[in-house]
Structure formats: structure tokens, C-alpha cells
Design a protein around this ligand. Structure first.
Ligand code: ZN
Ligand code: ZN
Ligand code: FE
Length: 770
């Protein structure tokens, strides 16, 4: 029964430069198989021969046992007659140098390297640049493919004989490890004071001491600089806030171990998995009441952003000394993260007391990724280090396209084969530094993906830098503008593999609408080719334009004015009483005359207005703060059964529905004036928003028979809203889809633009290679 058989496997994905062939060799031998393995142009080819059961075990267990940094996109398996291979061998590669192979993201230090780092007998004991095939820098140090040392920033370091030997031995863990290094031949680290004077002695030991004295250090990491201080030292954290000009936005923490994190955070199994994954994102965790962490780390936040150490330097810095360090991006307010030594000394002047620098250059900056767990699934808030440049698999062949993304939280996206490659987080395209980073990323990704697209997609907003870039550049034949909320919906469709028409809810802060108004509370009947705006929140002026985004109370006044007219001044609402009379009349004046008051349907603005009306927050110190705090407040409600929705109207005007929230404002104001606890109001508000969404979806379903609902836009980062809404959609027989692989915020826009451009260009039958 257990006859000899032969199988041939073609493995695609990130399978080169990640220790794949040594793994295949070992795994084949373990299963008593003969045959061979080789690196081919598009992946890895394998033939194995042996008893039927053993071959089956090999094939079945293949993906599960593959090396940690590999990513298998798919395997083609075929059965062949046995030919009598005597042994298992690794054959010479037949890789064409110009051929495309996927490169790996940067990965956290592996267990083996960590052991060596901590072993006084090891030649790399205490060496902060230890790495191997299973871990270390990749995307951030690579300039071009094929991936070898000369195409990385490790080029300037010549391997010593001992490192060479490891690099050449196929059975060695450092076989073909391009960033391989040791204290004799590799990068070095040093410490400078704020004046740029090099400090004598061991930089890391000194740095540890300085942190314990409450100093702020700029530490060069994997994808850029961190500003670092002791997270238990309130004075130091406050000082950092002040110098970094960051009022209340929570700082990320690096905690030495999972065990230590449990002391002050609630951690579920899924959260644990994300924390420990080799991608090492920052994971949002619920704070415990009693916490040894300085209050200024995350004032007014119920969550802490926690990550575990991911480079040898992090382990050396924390080892035995610190429970947690603040590790925040090295930048001033909205600028991109600093990533070169020179830049650090210049731009972090006045913030850092000391600089811990090294000479392994970062070629491409990449921020820490941020995730949270929703519905037991890892959900992206910021997709960057550890994830990029892995593709989002689309499942169908796509044209080569460059999508330029939006303005805030910009990412770009390039497509090839059946994949969309969303870049690392580039940041807010509001300054030259960020724009340079945007261009750098486009050029680099075109090189490493070996694509030269002729199609470019961009946001319709005329003032976005990414839009201007797309409109001005001449090297693209086809230019496709994409409406912002259509891109949100398409992004969610693309990551969920949807192609057919959906009911797309795109709720966010701001996006340029086809009528020139500020959209943001949209229900689109959409596929990739087109969309119909089926419903939205009735327009309302935003007094002061952009200022209303930073100061939600302005928008709250707009809602009150719409509901109560001039009588609003008599309302006994705390936030109105707090507002200076002059300011109030000036805002009312603006509203009445319609000066600098663009019309908006924004759901994000509505959440923030309610936050202001119920007395939670009048001004944002960071994007979305008022809405986030309203969600916290609402989530604090335990007894939820007897809380019901507020009234609202859904008016049909021609073929569109417009949602009138005036009745709801009336009720909320009444309850607030009567001093009903704000948590209950906040919760009822969330229920109402979920109810509105459901009602509109049902109306659209009745009309069109569409049952698939996709949710996208920054507002759907509100976990309470999403759980209330999806529960209802589920009950009413809708299929719903949310964003998890790319952020629901504008970081996901580039993916949606790319998908739309592909279908539009294809439909138009226009040129461009696939
Ligand atoms: Zn390693
Ligand atoms: Zn060496
Ligand atoms: Fe948006």
C-alpha cells in the first residue's frame, strides 16, 4: 500500500533569502525523502520522492513548518512517477538577476539570536546588530533587488572570515544572510551629548544610566529614530511631551516582556499573539486601573499602545533595568520620523538630551505599525514596519498602477500580478519632508517590484499634494481621479475579495465630494467601476472651515444653531457657558453669513460635536480625540438593555436619502440640560448611529436587493460602533465586511484607488500592461 511516489512542488511568495532551502533540505530528510530543491526565478522548486505516507506528510506539513520570515502565497503540487533519487540535494539556483522576487519586511530578533546576544561565550555577546536568516532588517535597508548585500546599506561593511564562513555554509543559520555582521566587521554604536560630543565608554551602558536619570534619548532603531525615556518617570514623560509639542496623544511603550505587560494591561490570547509576532506591532491594550506607568504616557486614554523589544539594541537597553520605556517616533509634531544621523542632530535638537547613533544606515524610513484586536482579529491602525512590503492578495491579475493615496496618513500602492503592494505609512503630506518621503517610496517600490506603471490614480481633492503630483507628472498615460469615499469602500472590497456591487458605508472626517462639499457620512451603492451616492447626513456648515476640525465645539454650535436657531444662547449647556460670548457671537455671525463655512455631511464631525455637547471635549489635541473620548465614555456603560435610540428622520429626496439628526440633537440637549449622566447619552448616541446605518441599509436593500455591506473610513475605528452595527446587520441578514488588513482610515485609501483604477482602465480598454 505504501508505494514509492514522487511529487513536484512550486512554491511562491517570500521564499528567498529567508532560509528556505536549508529548511526544505532538513524537512525532506526528516521525512525520509530524496530529491532536490532550487531557487528559481519566481519562487522555489522542489521534488521529493519516497513512501506515499512520507511524501504526504511532507506536503501537508510544508507551510506550517516553513521558516518564520517566509510567506507562502501558494504552492502548486503535481504527482510524478518515481525516478529513484538516491539522496536529497540543494541544486544551483537558476534565478535570473532581473526577475522579480518578493522581499521580506523587517522582523524582530529571533530566539536563537537572542540566546547568542545574552551568552557571554558567544562571539556576538552584547552585539546590538546581531541578526540571521530568520530575523533582522530587510525592507528598510534594501535599495534594490535582487536582494544581496551590495544592494543594501550593509554594502560598506566587509564581512570578516568568520562571518563569511557562516554566510557560505548552507546548513548555517546565517547562510546568505545579507545583513550578517559581528563586532569585528559590522556596524558600531556610539553616544553623543546634545552638543554632538562623543561620550567615552560603552554607549549602551551610559544610555541606560542616562535614562534612569530621567533624560530623553534619541535612539536610532530599525526604521527611524525613537525618542525614549523611562515610562515610570512622570517628570521625564512630561518633559518629553512639552519638548515634542505633543499635548495628549498617547505615547507608545516598549515593555521588556509579555509577562511584565500583564502587570498593567489586560491581554487576550489574540493580543498576546500580535505582541509576540515577529512583526512586533504596537498593540492597543486596555489599561488596568492600578498602573506603575506614568500618567502622562496616555492621559485620558483607556488604552496603552504596547510593543515588545524587536531589535538587539532594544533588549540591551531594557535588560534588567526598565519595566517600560516610552518609545515614540523621533519627530516634531506632524513631521515624518527622522531616520539619518545628521537629520537627528538637526531636527531633534532641543528635544533629545543625548543621541544613541549607529552607522547601519536606514534607506527607507518606516514607523512602528499599530494594531488592535477586534472580533478576535488583528486590525490595522497604521500598517508599516513588519508588514510592508508584503502584498494584499487580490486574487485576480491587475494592471500595473500607481495609486497616490490621500493627504493624511498617506500610503501609496503599486500593483502587479495578482497583488497590491501598499507602502509603509508615509504620514501627513503637509510638509516638504513628507513629500520627499512620498517620492522616495514611489521610486523605491517601483524598483523593488520591477514595475513601471502607465496608470496613475489619485484623490479628487484639488489641493492634496498627492493630487498635484499626479496631475503634474508626465510619465503616466492614464490619469484616474477617484472620489475619496469611493476609494474607502473599494479598499474594503479589495481586501475582502469582493467584486460585486455593495452597500458601502464610508464614514470619516473629511473627503472631497463630487459636488465640492466636504463629504464624510456616506452610503454608496458601489462597485469598482462606479458609485451612486444613496444616502448621507444632511449638510451643515462648518464654521471656520479647517478650524472646526481642531475645535469640535464650533461644529457643535452649528448643530445647535440648525436645531434651535438664535435660542441656542439660552441653552444651559456647560460647553456653551464655557465659551466666551464674543467668540460665540463671532461663530454665529460666520454661520449666518456663510463665511468660510463649507458644507459637510461628515459623520466624524458629528461624533465630535456630540462629544462637545455632552461635555467631554471641546478641542482636539490630536485627530479624532473628541470622538475617541466619547467612545470611551459610552463603553463604560454596563447596563445596556434599557437604553434605546434617539429619534431621527430619514428623508427621501429624489433617489437619495438624507438623514436629519435634528430630533436627536433636541433630545440629547434636553437630557444634558437635565443633567442626565453623559455616559448614558454617549451610549444611546452610539446605538442611534448604528440604528441609522441599519435603517438606511435596509432601505437600500429593499430597493436594490443588495445584501453586502462594507464599512470603511476612520469613524469605523470606533470599536463600540462597529460591534453595535455589525450585530444589527447580522441579525437582519446582511453580510458585512470591515477593514483589517489595511487601516479603515486614510492609510487604506491608496489600495481602493488602485483597485478602482484597474477596473476603470480595463473597462475603457485602455493600454497598460497587466
Ligand atoms: Zn535571528
Ligand atoms: Zn564578522
Ligand atoms: Fe477618509
Amino acid at each position: 500500500m505504501n508505494k514509492k511516489v514522487r511529487a513536484r512542488l512550486l512554491v511562491y511568495g517570500v521564499v528567498q533569502g529567508v532560509g528556505f532551502r536549508p529548511f526544505v533540505d532538513r524537512f525532506a530528510r526528516e521525512n525520509r525523502l530524496t530529491g532536490w530543491v532550487l531557487n528559481a526565478s519566481s519562487g522555489v522548486e522542489i521534488e521529493v520522492e519516497g513512501k506515499r505516507n512520507d511524501v504526504k506528510k511532507f506536503v501537508d506539513g510544508f507551510s506550517e513548518n516553513a521558516p518564520p520570515m517566509s510567506l507562502i502565497s501558494h504552492i502548486d503540487v503535481s504527482d510524478l512517477p518515481p525516478v529513484g533519487y538516491k539522496d536529497f540535494v540543494i541544486k544551483k539556483s537558476i534565478v535570473q538577476p532581473q526577475e522579480f522576487t518578493l522581499i521580506s519586511p523587517d522582523m524582530a530578533t529571533c530566539e536563537d539570536c537572542l540566546k547568542e546576544l545574552q551568552d557571554p561565550q558567544d562571539r556576538r555577546f552584547g552585539y546590538p546588530f546581531i541578526n540571521c536568516t530568520n530575523c533582522g532588517p530587510r525592507y528598510t535597508i534594501i535599495r534594490d533587488i535582487p536582494y544581496d548585500r551590495s544592494k543594501t546599506t550593509m554594502k560598506k561593511f566587509v564581512m570578516c572570515p568568520a562571518c563569511q564562513k557562516e554566510y557560505k555554509e548552507i546548513t548555517n543559520r546565517r547562510f546568505h544572510t545579507q545583513p550578517n555582521a559581528c563586532p569585528d566587521c559590522g556596524p558600531k554604536i556610539w553616544l553623543l551629548d546634545s552638543q554632538g560630543n562623543e561620550q567615552a565608554g560603552d554607549g549602551i551602558t551610559k544610555a541606560k544610566n542616562l535614562l534612569s536619570q530621567g533624560k530623553i534619548l534619541a535612539v536610532k532603531g530599525l526604521g527611524g529614530f525613537h525618542l525614549v525615556c523611562d515610562a515610570q518617570n512622570e517628570e521625564a514623560v512630561k518633559n518629553l511631551r512639552q519638548k515634542k509639542r505633543r499635548e495628549e496623544k498617547p505615547f507608545a511603550l516598549m515593555v521588556y516582556s509579555l509577562e511584565k505587560s500583564k502587570a498593567f494591561c489586560f491581554i487576550s490570547k489574540e493580543e498576546e499573539k500580535s505582541l509576540l509576532s515577529i512583526k512586533r506591532p504596537i498593540v492597543l491594550l486596555k489599561k488596568k486601573k492600578a498602573s506603575p506607568i506614568a500618567p502622562s504616557v496616555a492621559p485620558r486614554s483607556q488604552d496603552l499602545g504596547v510593543m515588545l523589544p524587536y531589535t538587539p539594541l532594544h533588549y540591551l537597553l531594557m535588560d534588567g533595568s526598565y519595566l517600560a520605556l516610552v518609545m515614540t517616533s523621533g519627530n516634531i509634531s506632524q513631521e515624518p520620523i527622522v531616520f539619518s544621523n545628521e537629520e537627528a542632530l538637526e531636527r531633534l535638537k532641543g528635544i533629545a538630551d543625548y543621541y544613541l547613533l549607529h552607522n547601519r544606515d536606514i534607506y527607507t524610513r518606516s514607523d512602528d505599525s499599530v494594531v488592535y484586536i477586534a472580533n478576535k482579529t488583528e486590525t490595522m491602525l497604521r500598517r508599516s514596519r513588519g508588514y510592508c512590503p508584503l502584498p494584499i492578495h487580490l486574487g485576480y491579475p491587475v494592471r500595473h498602477i500607481l495609486a497616490c493615496g490621500a493627504e493624511l496618513k498617506n500610503t501609496i500602492c503599486l500593483t502587479r500580478d495578482k497583488d497590491a503592494f501598499v507602502s509603509q505609512y508615509i504620514g501627513d503630506l503637509e510638509n516638504l519632508e513628507a513629500f520627499n518621503s512620498f517620492e522616495h517610496t514611489i521610486h523605491k517600490m517601483k524598483r523593488i517590484l520591477k514595475v513601471n506603471p502607465r496608470i496613475i490614480a489619485y484623490d479628487m481633492h484639488p489641493d492634496y499634494l498627492s493630487t498635484k503630483y499626479a496631475q503634474e507628472i508626465s510619465e503616466y498615460d492614464i490619469k484616474i481621479p477617484v472620489q475619496h469615499h469611493h476609494a474607502h469602500v473599494a479598499s474594503c472590497m479589495a481586501e475582502n475579495g469582493l467584486k460585486k456591487k455593495v452597500i458601502g458605508l464610508a464614514w470619516d472626517g473629511t473627503g472631497y465630494g463630487e459636488d465640492g462639499c466636504v463629504w464624510g457620512g456616506e452610503f454608496l451603492l458601489a462597485d469598482f467601476l462606479s458609485f451612486e451616492r444613496k444616502a448621507f447626513f444632511s449638510y451643515l456648515p462648518m464654521p471656520g472651515g479647517e478650524r472646526a476640525i481642531k475645535e469640535p465645539y464650533r461644529m457643535a454650535i452649528s448643530y445647535l444653531y440648525q436645531t434651535f436657531g438664535d435660542d441656542l444662547i439660552d441653552l444651559a449647556l456647560p460647553f456653551l457657558i464655557q465659551t466666551d460670548n464674543k467668540k460665540l457671537s463671532a461663530i454665529l455671525e460666520t454661520l449666518k453669513k456663510g463665511i468660510n463655512s463649507p458644507l459637510t455631511s461628515s459623520a466624524g464631525r458629528f461624533f465630535e460635536s456630540i462629544s462637545s455637547i455632552v461635555g467631554v471635549r471641546n478641542k482636539n489635541t490630536f485627530e479624532g480625540q473628541a470622538a475617541i473620548e466619547l467612545e470611551y465614555l459610552a463603553s463604560s456603560i454596563q447596563k445596556r438593555n434599557n437604553i434605546s435610540a434617539y429619534p431621527y428622520l430619514i428623508n427621501q429626496i429624489d433617489s437619495q436619502y438624507q438623514i436629519d439628526v435634528t430630533p436627536m440633537i433636541k433630545q440629547i440637549v434636553k437630557e444634558s440640560v437635565n443633567q442626565k449622566p453623559s455616559a448614558g447619552i454617549a451610549f444611546a448616541f452610539h446605538i442611534t448611529m448604528a440604528q441609522i446605518a441599519l435603517d438606511v441599509c435596509r432601505k437600500i436593500r429593499e430597493e436594490c436587493g443588495i445584501t453586502s455591506v462594507v464599512l470603511s473610513g476612520g469613524v469605523f475605528q470606533n470599536r463600540l460602533l462597529v460591534s453595535l452595527l455589525t450585530e444589527r446587520l447580522d441579525e437582519q441578514g446582511f453580510d458585512y465586511y470591515i477593514q483589517q488588513k489595511v487601516p479603515a482610515n486614510d492609510g487604506g485609501i491608496s489600495l481602493g484607488q488602485a483597485a478602482i483604477a484597474h477596473f476603470k482602465a480595463t473597462e475603457a480598454g485602455s493600454g497598460g500592461s497587466t
